[in-house]
Design a protein around this ligand. Structure first.
Ligand code: F6R
Length: 242
C-alpha cells in the first residue's frame, strides 16, 4: 500500500487527478470506478480543468459509479446521477452511454443490481477505482456488519451515514434510508484502487482501516488485502497513523 500525505488540498487533488489522467493517456479506453461525496470534488475540478486544457479525453473511457440512493429521481439535486453531471460528467467529452450508475428508481431493485453487475462484468475489470471512506469504515455504501456482500446489492444506510450526509439534504430524515452499492468483492476486483481521505474527523477510521485488523466491522480494512492501493491523505486525516 502506497500512502501519501499532503499538506495542501490543491496538491492532493492534483495527485489524484494526475493518476487518472496518466491512466487515460496510456489507455484511452480505460474503465474508471468513481465515487461521490465531499471528498472527490476537488479531484473532479482538476480533471475538468485538464480536459478544458486539452490534456485528456474521455471519448473512449467508461465510468462506473459505486452507488446511488434508492428512491431519488435522477433529476433530484442530491442524486448521485446529478452529482456526477454537476462535478464531472457534464464537463468532459464522455458519451452518456459510457457512463454507468445504478438506477435507484428501478421498479425491481434486485434485477437492477444484477443488471449493473452484468454491464460491469462485460466492460471490466475496472482499471482504477476511486474511493472515499465513511466515519464507520464504509466503502461505497458497504456498511460495517457481521458479513459483507460481494456483489452489487441494496443496503440500509446506518444512522451515522445518514447523519454525515444530512449536510447535503438539510436534515438526516431527508437522506434516503437505502442505497444500491457495488459490493466489496466488486471493489476489490479493480486492478488499482485510489483511496482519498481528508479531515481530522477521519483520522481514527484511517488508522483502523489501514493499520487495524481486517474485519467486516470496518469494510475499508479489506483494502489491506488488495495488491495495488494508493492512499492520498491530507495531514489531518493521516495524523493518527503510526
Ligand atoms: C460515495 C461513497 C461513500 C463516500 C463516503 C465518504 O460514492 O460511496 O463511501 O465516499 O461516505 O463521503 P465524504 O467524501 O462525503 O466524506
Amino acid at each position: 500500500m502506497n500512502i501519501l500525505k499532503f499538506r495542501s488540498q490543491k496538491e492532493l487533488n492534483q495527485a489524484g487527478a494526475g493518476m487518472i489522467i496518466e491512466i487515460l493517456q496510456t489507455n484511452p479506453g480505460a474503465v474508471l470506478g468513481l465515487a461521490t461525496g465531499g471528498t472527490p470534488v476537488g479531484i473532479y475540478q482538476e480533471l475538468a480543468a485538464a480536459h478544458r486544457q486539452g490534456l485528456v479525453s474521455y471519448a473512449k473511457a467508461a465510468v462506473f459509479n459505486l452507488d446511488e440512493y434508492v428512491g431519488l429521481e435522477r433529476g433530484h439535486p442530491e442524486s448521485y446521477y446529478s452529482y456526477m453531471q454537476r462535478h464531472l460528467l457534464g464537463k468532459i467529452d464522455i458519451p452518456p452511454k459510457q457512463c454507468h450508475i445504478p438506477d435507484g428508481m428501478a421498479a425491481d431493485l434486485e434485477s437492477e443490481c444484477r443488471r449493473y453487475d452484468r454491464v460491469l462484468e462485460e466492460a471490466g475489470p475496472i482499471d482504477l477505482q476511486m474511493l472515499g471512506i465513511g466515519h464507520n469504515g464504509h466503502i461505497g455504501f458497504n456498511e460495517p456488519d457481521e458479513e459483507l456482500e460481494h456483489v452489487t446489492h441494496i443496503v440500509e444506510l446506518q444512522e451515522q451515514t445518514r447523519e454525515a450526509n444530512a449536510r447535503f439534504f438539510g436534515m438526516p430524515e431527508k437522506v434516503p434510508a437505502q442505497a444500491i452499492t457495488m459490493g466489496v468483492g466488486t471493489i476489490l476486483k479493480a486492478k488499482r484502487i485510489l483511496l482519498v481521505v481528508r479531515g481530522p474527523d477521519k483520522a481514527d477510521i484511517v488508522k483502523r482501516a489501514l493499520q487495524g485488523p481486517v474485519t467486516t466491522k470496518c469494510p475499508a480494512s479489506f483494502l489491506q488485502t488488495h495488491p495495488d492501493v494508493t492512499v492520498l491523505l491530507d495531514t489531518d486525516a493521516g495524523s493518527g497513523l503510526g
